[in-house]
Design a binder for this molecule. Sequence first.
Ligand SMILES: O=C(O)CCC(=O)C(=O)O
Ligand SMILES: [Fe+2]
Length: 273
Amino acid sequence: MDEFILSREEEEKEKLIIDLNNFVVGSVPTVFYIPEYVTAAEEQQLLNHIYQAPISKWKSLKNRRLQNWGGVVHEKGLLAQDLPPWLKEITHRIYEESRLFPSAINHVLINEYLPDQGIMPHQDGPAYAPVVAILSLGSSIVMDFVPHPSVEKATGTSANNNNEDVSLKPAHMEVNSGEYLPFSVVLMPRSLLIFKDTAYSDYLHGIKDCENQPCDEAVNVTDGLKSDGRAQPVSGLKIYREGGGETAIHRTATRVSLTCRVVTRVHKHLIKL
Ligand SMILES: O=C(O)CCC(=O)C(=O)O
Ligand SMILES: [Fe+2]
C-alpha cells in the first residue's frame, strides 16, 4: 500500500499542478492564464531592470524592439550566457511553480511594443522545449492563436494567413473537424500566459499591430469584463463597446513582455565551426 502514500514533496508537487489546472482557459490543450502573477511593485522592478540595460542591448526590428538574454540561439543549440540575477529570480519562480519546463528556464526574450506595434503570427523555433511562459508588463494586448496552415488545410478551418517563421509540419496529424478553431487571449499587465501541447505545436500566435483590438471572442474575457467599459481600470487599458456591441481593448501605453523558454541543447563555449 506504500505506493499510495505520497511523500511531502510529492504532495507539494501535486498541489502546485492542481492549482495550475484552475487557470486553464479555452478548449485547445493547453493554455494557462494566470492574472496578477506578479505584483505592481515587482512589475515596476522588472521594468526598471529592463530600462537600465545598456541601449546596445536593444535590437530594433521593423515593428518592435527586443532584448535577448541567456545567450544566442543557434541551430546547434544555445551558446549560453548566464541570466542576470533579476531574470534568474523570476524565471526560477515560473519554473518551480509551473513544473512544466523540463529544466531551468535558460532563455528570455524581452519584447517592447508601442500601442500600434505587434508580432506576426509565428511558431516558436525548434530549438526550444515545447512550452513557453509569457509575462506581460505595462499594458494589455490581445494575443491571437490561429491554426498552423497545414492543420488548417486538413480541417478547412479559416485563419488569418500572415505568417513569418512557418516551418511546415509533416501531415501526420489526426484532426477532427472543428477541433482547430482560432481563438484569442487577453493578456493584462502582470499576467502570466503559459502554453504547450496543441496550442504550441499546431497553432501560430501573434499580436495585431493596431491600437484597437477586439476581444469579444477571447477565451479569458469574463462577462464582467464584457459588461461595460468601467470593469477593469488598468493603466493603458480601455475596454470599450463599439456601436455594434463589440468589446475591444484600446491600447494607449507601451507593453513589455518576457518570453521565457528552455533551449534544450546548450553549449557552454563557442563551438569551432
Ligand atoms: O510578446 C509576446 O507576448 C509574444 C512574444 C513571442 O511570441 C515571442 O517572442 O516568440
Ligand atoms: Fe512566439
